[in-house]
Write a protein that binds this ligand. Structure first.
Ligand SMILES: [Fe+2]
Ligand SMILES: [Fe+2]
Length: 177
């Protein structure tokens, strides 16, 4: 029988596919004379803003309260994961600023330096995300599967998860794989 949290796990699986594509982009960026185009980086940032951050917002608003309820109702149980979300948002903002600065950089040498810095920021962001998803699945989703019905999960998701399809993976970033 399908687990109650299957829709969330499926959404995670879709997001992880894009994370894998972006890991390839980090790999390309880390190479000298890598030829990575600015529009690929703009596309990557766009994906974080339009697909990844809305996922986190829905969790915070509708899923974490369910988890909290099961873990004592103090709000402390999900505080560390909410802090992860804040760190993820800050990295996405930093990425966006760095990509904008790169677009305004005319010197080839300076642009290379900026691309290497972007590779580091992107790699850090992807590493945080991988661990964050793992923690959610291993602890929160397993806890929900044991204690909450599919109907309850679906009622929470109706407030956000699955409300809209996330944006298609931007062509530019997908092309990096
Ligand atoms: Fe999350
Ligand atoms: Fe999640």
């Amino acid at each position: 029988m399908a687990r109650p949290t299957e829709p969330i796990r499926a959404e995670h699986a879709g997001l992880v596919q894009m994370i894998e594509t972006l890991e390839d982009l980090v790999d390309s960026l880390s190479q000298v004379r890598n030829g990575v185009q600015n529009h690929e980086l703009v596309g990557a940032h766009h994906w974080f803003v339009t697909a990844l951050l809305p996922h986190a917002e829905v969790e915070e608003a509708h899923l974490y309260p369910l988890v909290d309820e099961l873990m004592g109702g103090t709000g402390l149980a999900t505080a560390t994961m909410t802090a992860d979300h804040a760190a993820i948002r800050a990295k996405v903002d930093a990425l966006g600023e760095a990509v904008e600065k790169l677009a305004a950089t005319e010197s080839w040498h300076e642009a290379e330096k900026r691309r290497r810095r972007i590779a580091i920021t992107l790699a850090q962001l992807l590493a945080i995300l991988r661990l964050h998803f793992e923690k959610e699945e291993l602890v929160y989703l397993n806890l929900l599967d044991e204690n909450v019905t599919r109907e309850r999960i679906e009622a929470a998701l109706a407030h956000g998860h699955g409300r809209d399809e996330p944006d298609e993976a931007p062509e530019s970033a997908a092309a990096a794989s």
